[in-house]
Design a protein around this ligand. Structure first.
Ligand SMILES: [Mn+2]
Length: 397
């Protein structure tokens, strides 16, 4: 079936209206590699600056109403910082999003946090998780998103099975404290910082732990947390089938967990993931999938990289939404391989930019948000403000 222009635009509008993506506070701050950090004058260093930058991204794109917060970096005083976050929400018109505990930074966690052999350190880690859950309740946010850096570096140095037991106990306890609207998202990663075993290494472990924790726990798929060559859309299909897909951390990679901008290396991978979600939705599966960005912008301008990523996510999401699902199902049923593949790839090749631009114009948004950012002077302005402040601080010191 060939759709005429107005029917296509209606279909595209419906898809784009349904799409929002959460941006991370840490994407606006100076971050580096383990070898060094290249600082940017426009980088945000306070939570107020992160909210300001998030508001700018939302002004330009219209689809990023929430900002993921990192407890240790954004709410260093825990619950005591909630009032300030609420003030910033009101001031900037952006809401707090997922709450991200930090179980990887403190010295105590050298040999693990929730999986540490020391009961005392495990309790300390659980207490931080419970604080994070309380922060989420106080802010009225839904997701507490756990990435566990625990693991070991050398064979034989830790009991893998004991650590599974400790982790199950901890996650069950955390789950017991969730409010009725809250979810616990459990992220996995095969290696790094641990290089022999990681306690939550893949989606199977994550899914099993989520099921053990309780009905409000879900799996979080970070697209960068897979081995090369792994079929991520198949993992997504399984998680959808099992009803445990909670959300995504989007980024791109070439070698390891590179945290490059979405679609910069392999946009077809993201298309295939979105296709699984659209197909499941079309079949009537109940979905509650949080789309989030988890990137580290070391070289690109931070706000520009974020806007570019949001635009890319919208474009690829739309390409996948425009796959003719009925026709594809018929071709799959008759095993018409080339026709099925061409239909699928045809949707990927389609240039949807005129559609996303028309949708933005219909919503009073700039047709080209990256260009609009380049022309509106925001980055130059904050670079001047923040740059002079940091040089004033360093001359004071
Ligand atoms: Mn992540």
């Amino acid at each position: 079936m060939e759709l005429n222009d107005s029917a296509t635009f209606d279909l595209a509008s419906k898809a784009l209206d349904a799409f929002q993506i959460e941006i991370p506070s840490w994407g606006f701050a100076n971050t580096g590699t383990r070898f060094g950090k290249f600082v940017q004058a426009a980088a945000a260093s306070t939570i107020e600056e992160k909210f300001a930058d998030a508001a700018e991204v939302n002004r330009l794109t219209g689809v990023t109403p929430t900002l993921a917060l990192h407890v240790l970096w954004d709410l260093p005083n825990g619950l005591n910082d909630v009032a300030e976050v609420k003030r910033l929400e009101r001031k900037f018109g952006v809401r707090a999003g997922s709450i991200n505990p930090n179980l990887f930074q403190d010295q105590e966690y050298k040999y693990g946090s929730l999986c540490n052999p020391s009961a005392e350190i495990r309790e300390q880690a659980v207490a931080h998780m419970l604080d994070s859950i309380e922060i989420g309740k106080a802010l009225g946010t839904r997701d507490v998103s756990l990435w566990l850096a625990d693991g070991s570096n050398y064979p034989g140095t830790q009991s893998i099975r004991k650590r599974i037991g400790w982790l199950e106990d901890a996650l069950r306890l955390c789950h017991d404290h969730l409010g009725p609207q809250q979810r616990l998202l459990v992220e996995y990663k095969p290696f790094e910082p641990a290089f022999y075993h990681t306690d939550i290494a893949d989606w199977g472990m994550s899914a099993q732990l989520s099921r053990t924790a309780g009905p409000q726990a879900r799996v979080l798929v970070d697209t960068g947390h897979h081995y090369s060559g792994q079929n991520i859309e198949q993992i997504v299909a399984w998680l959808l089938h099992m009803g445990v897909l909670g959300g995504f951390h989007f980024n791109d990679r070439r070698y390891a967990d590179d945290d490059l901008t979405l679609g910069s290396i392999d946009p077809y991978q993201i298309f295939r993931i979105f296709h699984e979600i659209h197909a499941a939705a079309a079949e009537g599966l109940m979905l509650d999938v949080a789309y989030m960005i988890d990137q580290s912008h070391n070289l690109k301008g931070k706000i520009e990289a974020m806007v570019q990523t949001v635009v890319t996510a919208q474009e690829i999401y739309l390409k996948a939404a425009l796959v003719d699902g009925e026709q594809l199902a018929a071709l799959q049923q008759t095993c018409d391989l080339v026709a099925a593949e061409e239909l699928f790839r045809g949707a990927f090749w389609r240039d949807v930019r005129p559609l996303t631009q028309a949708w933005r114009e219909a919503h009073g948004l700039p047709a080209d948000p990256v260009k609009a950012l380049r022309e509106n002077g925001y980055v130059e302005q904050i670079a001047a403000e923040r740059g002079s402040r940091s040089s004033a601080l360093s001359s004071y010191a």
